[in-house]
Design a binder for this molecule. Structure first.
Ligand code: 0GY
Length: 306
């Protein structure tokens, strides 16, 4: 039995009453980046976690997706659950084939356990380099994990700060799987979109088998959610970055909500507003269809119809 822990100080709960987006998601749209937290009483958080969130379970995630018009989901293991993937797997199972999972595993995981994860719908592992979230495993351990999962056809999801890319890029290039980068590599959006930092990121993406999640404008934005010019162009300072990635790599971009939005203390986004961000970064119907439907289907449900 676990002891129930209080939320981390300043923790903001997810938005309870999201607006109806003005932008209608195309049929078959996929949320390629979301999490579940607990519920703690059923799925205790890991002892080594760096934060204690509010509960945000699979049923609440399903309700949000129904509200927004999302058809399928990729549930990414949240760091508060460590390498205990049971809450994430429960959410994937409950979706009956319409969800996939991204797990956290240790290098000594057995082949049988890896196969069981695969059968349950897991298609990748996440390597997290944010020290505020995890005590990152050694590169040696991560390379071992990548070698173990490559035969399954899985990919590695990378979460890093843009300032850390120069030091990590060589390691990333050595990995034997496709790579999927969270939140556009967390650019500093106060810097120019065509400046050295983001240009380096785009070169990395262009020179390797890298997919990019154009996610988390709310996490990256300095201007925040206020609508500008009477339009719902919230998070306006992030728009040029998302738009640039979508234009350059239309076949390798993914979109997601990041619900229930871990570790936000300034403001909690209205998930409806996040959907309304999409047409600002994917400006043509063709770009939107690839971002929301074709790309995630080919990565997570290859060969399946929408
Ligand atoms: C995200 C971002 C964050 C947290 C986690 O697993 C997590 O705890 O991913 C963050 O705090 O930046 O992708 O949800």
């Amino acid at each position: 039995m676990s002891t129930r822990s209080p939320k981390s100080p300043g923790w903001l709960d997810w938005y309870r009453d999201p607006s109806v987006p003005a932008f209608r998601l195309p049929a078959g749209s996929v949320d390629s980046h979301c999490h579940v937290f607990g519920p703690q009483a059923e799925f205790p958080f890991a002892a080594e976690r760096k934060y204690t969130p509010c509960d945000a379970g699979r049923d609440e995630l399903a309700s949000l997706h129904a509200h927004l018009g999302v058809s399928r989901a990729v549930v990414v293991q949240a760091t508060c659950h460590g390498a205990d993937n049971t809450a994430m797997l429960d959410a994937v199972r409950a979706a009956g084939g319409r969800a996939r999972g991204i797990a956290t595993v240790r290098p000594d995981i057995s082949d049988a356990d890896l196969r069981a994860l695969d059968a349950a719908g897991v298609r990748g592992v996440r390597f997290n380099f944010l020290r505020r979230l995890v005590d990152t495993s050694s590169l040696e351990d991560l390379a071992t994990i990548a070698g173990r999962i490559a035969p399954l056809g899985w990919h590695v999801v990378l979460y890093f700060e843009s300032a850390d890319l120069p030091g990590l890029e060589g390691f990333f290039r050595s990995l034997p799987t496709p790579l999927v980068v969270d939140h556009m590599g967390r650019p500093d959006v106060s810097l120019p979109v065509d400046g050295p930092q983001f240009s380096r990121f785009l070169r990395f993406v262009g020179s390797h088998d890298v997919w990019v999640k154009v996610t988390c404008p709310e996490r990256l934005s300095l201007t925040g959610p206020a609508a500008l010019d009477g339009e719902r162009s919230a998070y306006a300072d992030v728009v040029p970055f998302g738009r640039r990635v979508v234009q350059e790599f239309p076949d390798r971009v993914l979109w997601g909500t990041d619900w229930p939005h871990p570790n936000l203390t300034g403001h909690m986004p209205d998930d409806g507003l996040l959907v309304d961000h999409i047409p600002h970064i994917a400006v043509t119907p063709e770009q939107r269809r690839r971002l929301l439907v074709d790309n995630p289907m080919s990565l997570y449900w290859p060969g399946e119809d929408v």
